[in-house]
Design a protein around this ligand. Sequence first.
Ligand code: WTA
Length: 652
Amino acid sequence: MSGTQIESILTEARTFPVPEEFARQANMDQAQYEALCRQAAENPAEFWGKLARDHLHWDKPFNQVLDDSQAPFYKWFSDGELNVSVNCLDRHLDSPTRNKAAIIWESEQGEVVTLTYAQLHREVSRFAATLQDLGIHLGDRVAIYMPMVPEAVIAMLACARIGAIHTVVFGGFSAEALKDRIEDTQARLLITADGGYRAGKVVPLKHNADQALSRSSHAVEHMIVFQRTGEEVNMQSGRDLWWHDLAAKAQVDCAPLAVNAEHPLLILYTSGSTGKPKGIVHSSGGYLLWSLLTTHWVFDLKPTDVYWCTADIGWITGHSYVVYGPLALGATVFMYEGAPTYPDAGRFWDMIEHHRVNVFYTAPTAIRALMKLGDEWPNRYDLSSLRLLGTVGEPINPEAWMWYYKVIGKERCPIADTWWQTETGGHMISPLPGVTPLKPGSCTRPLPGIFPDIVDEEGEIIQSTEAGGYLVMTRPWPGMLRTVWGDEARYIENYWAKFNNRFYVAGDSAHRDMDGYYWIMGRIDDVLNVSGHRLGTMEIESALVAHPAVAEAAVVGRPHEIKGEAICAFVVLRQSHAGEDMDALAQTLRAHVADAIGPIARPDEIRFTDNLPKTRSGKIMRRLLRAIARGEEITQDTSTLENEETVRQLER
Ligand code: WTA
């Protein structure tokens, strides 16, 4: 750092022009882009109002576009009413889209199931009727803990149809994480499966769900269990119901309920630097509009495209870009159940060849992992159907970008490096394939209607084109989070308070180059980004401390070739465990964290220490631990440390 600006260490000189062929056919060309940007800047109400009217079906049209009377609690289209499932399904039924594939699903074993829009509509209606029969109403929370099967999408859309608020919990999360989310949302219903397949093994979802409920202080009334694996599970009579039994009894029709545009569609939990994960609340109208528009603009989807986003529905990427954006557009979504390298490293490429996938969206961590397995895998397959690639989740290293561009895209396919967050609902800064020349490693420029800026430590906007510092948004947008579930104070504190509520503070640092291109440099706080997923150090530390051997723990990240960041935990043992076999204990603790949070949070390394370096006010000096974990020389001033000798001990 020099002064208050954050400097970028990347100096990337390569640029890739927009392929002419692409510019000619793109959903958005240069002239449209410029016109939209101009309109958004000059007359935001007209800009957003027109988009919302043109692209969504409203049961009751809105008059007011933006209500900022209680900013930063912004409201969009708030006197309008719509139904999200109608926008994703019913409105396609009067057109040829009716009989087009909405979802093409491939199981890990290679079985393929296709659901047309008409079929998906029927299944969603049937399941929505089931939910209604169980007494689920407008505003009730429904937790969904499912594998990647079409029924997960059906469950989400069925909630939307009756105005229930879904909270999807990633199937890779443990019982503990599920319990926290059920408690925080006070969900009335849990939808799960007996299990899910991952890398040839069964993930025991029902078993985890049982554990979560037995520990939860809040009782759900029912648990609906989808039968995926056929493994024996324990069904608690009265509470647990089989999906297929309910489906056999349910009516096929369920009239959609028009809800206010501001009615919460979903809650999705994401990590922050302190405390428990935050329940990010997204609206029905604004969120749907933004996921739809960005899918249309950034992925340039055409009616004939087969589109594949590899994200699990447990993450925001799965919500916006497997479910809501593409279905609202009437696109064909390819969906895959299992692990990327099962049964071998060619699995992704095999499915791209087989299903003739045109647009492919994945994460840098997957790209790096697949890159490492060698070019011979993708080279064995015909990837000529691909026309556009995308990436999300963390900064992509220019070399991984080049590999993706050359070996997968054969230098023909633009890459959309999309910067956004759970909180933003959809893409914010991203190239448009028909408009934006590319630079490997940069998410390039903001989308129309999005106004990022870079501010210094004092909250001053840096006026020069070239700048480094905190990434902020200076204007609201429809896809933005509305609040943190049950905790308005936390919404303000986390996203607005740092600079007196003047900007939305993303929590990332960024660099803007001479061309106005953005380069994201990572999180400013202590949040880790492991394989493209945000993990709070706090959660992992709490899990460690919950183990009887551990007195105190501090978790930091260090660069990892494939995962982006590896998790390094510094652990202080309780006296009673001091003499134990350290290797065995490290293994136990790693497994313990995986058990408590999920395998994704398993520490890569555990280092035992007698003390943690702390400031005099008792705060763990994570920056210092980070340097130690990375094997860097300690150049920071340690004189403010309460226990300076600890650092020497850790360095050894
Ligand atoms: C990081 C995922 C650089 C960033 C959609 C952000 C990225 C956090 C990119 C959000 C990208 C996401 N380039 N960094 N293209 N995309 N990030 O909430 O730090 O899981 O703040 O949302 O991931 O993670 P989240």
